[in-house]
Design a protein around this ligand. Sequence first.
Ligand code: NDP
Length: 483
Amino acid sequence: MIAQPKASHFINGTYVEDTAGDAIPVIFAATGEQLATVHAGTPAIVEQALAAAAEAQKEWAKWSPRDRGRVLTRAAQIIRDRNEELSQLETLDTGKPIQETRVADATSGADALEYFGGLAGTLTGEHIPLGEDWVYTVREPLGVCVGIGAWNYPTQIACWKAAPALACGNAMVFKPSETTPLCALKIAEILIEAGLPKGVFNVVQGMGATGAQLVSDPRVEKVSLTGSVPTGKKVYAAAAAEMKHVTMELGGKSPMIVFEDADIENAVGGAILGNFYSSGQICSNGTRVFVHSAIKDKFLKRLAERSAQAIIGDPREDATSIGPMVSETQMDIVLDYIAKGKSEGARLICGGERLDRDGFFIAPTVFADVTDDMTIAREEIFGPVMAVLDFDDEAEVIARANGTEFGLSAGVFTKDIQRAHRVIGQLQAGSCFINSYNDAPVEAPFGGVKASGVGRENSKQAIEHYSQMKSVYVRMGDVEAPF
Ligand code: NDP
């Protein structure tokens, strides 16, 4: 098995195995070949990880923030130096094309470690003068944090959670998705190489049950989940039972609105990026593409022409621009949605089927004449399936765009700058784009509203979700008590 890690878990600075846990086969989605086997964390493994994190956190919190930051920036540099190796592993773990993983995964993780490493030394409280007396505030870590990841961006998700958590002086136990267990182990290894004390960042494999055990442990102060809305509701409820802090990065069904004055090539490019990158397995994708009826035919024609240029194939090859779905299960879910699109009367423009080859490949699929009530316009598909809907009027399209339980992202394509800001201002979404789609720089807050989540990752905002303020009132005079 070509990607077998030294052991399944990484705890207290070293690889740890416990074969008593259920075996999890790691499958290369492009061929169906087994790459590795890991074992789900047993209760003993979970205990070991939480105990290590709780112990290590006490000392880590005493480090000066700048020293903590230096470890993170060192880790970022190691990741950049090893980008090729890490990108190849990400491609094996997820099936995403190497041309994507070289620029969007380890590098994005390094960005987060670099950014929060730099920010660490700036994390301060404030002095609040009250005449003779004053209050000062102290920014404190939360303690032990649990990170739980989805399978689409295993390296990035581990880093996006670890970087702000560690910068603030917390420790973390991270559970990757059972579908993509390999990449987070490498991040744990690199953090140790960069000088992180053992136990501050631990990785435990497992399915939902392992995640649930981590979330409900009383030693855990914070849970950050990237996953679907149904899982988010369960995890949020479990965390609420013990009043834990949460960040929920959940699913979406985001609108992308293309007005009649839009630059068509850019709008088509945005729709391709926002639907087919990573085979459409991106939470913030603009999967409801509302196109003004005046330009609909032109838009669909260029979309079909450009979609035909996709190079679908082995994700390890440089030229491949579309890889397989992450797993057979996910492929079946997506094929089921495609069947619903056809049976509910949407017009298939291109794609719409599984490719006749090994692995879990689906051709980029575009449906036109989609209406708001169709299943493919309402539910998150998480695959390369774009729904194109028509509209004529600005107020009408805003209402329809907002007519969903989700609120992760939204995009507008228009040359009219006033309209762009007016429309974005009315869209219910956390991460928005004007004449662009799916950019996620670490400097910008990322997260959703409504069912798409609570809290924000990245940017200075993430600090608020991994630390808490203590306020201290200081009296300089005598205490005046009533008796
Ligand atoms: P899931 O919700 O199925 O799983 C997410 C993680 O939660 C996995 O590690 C899973 O383990 C774990 N888990 C499942 N049940 C529980 C439980 N009861 N308690 C604790 N942990 C649990 O999501 P997917 O992995 O299928 O990822 C796809 C989803 O993630 C999509 O909805 C997508 O939109 C969303 N997502 C959101 C992002 C965002 O930033 N907003 C970014 C990327 C994806 P296991 O895998 O073993 O089941």
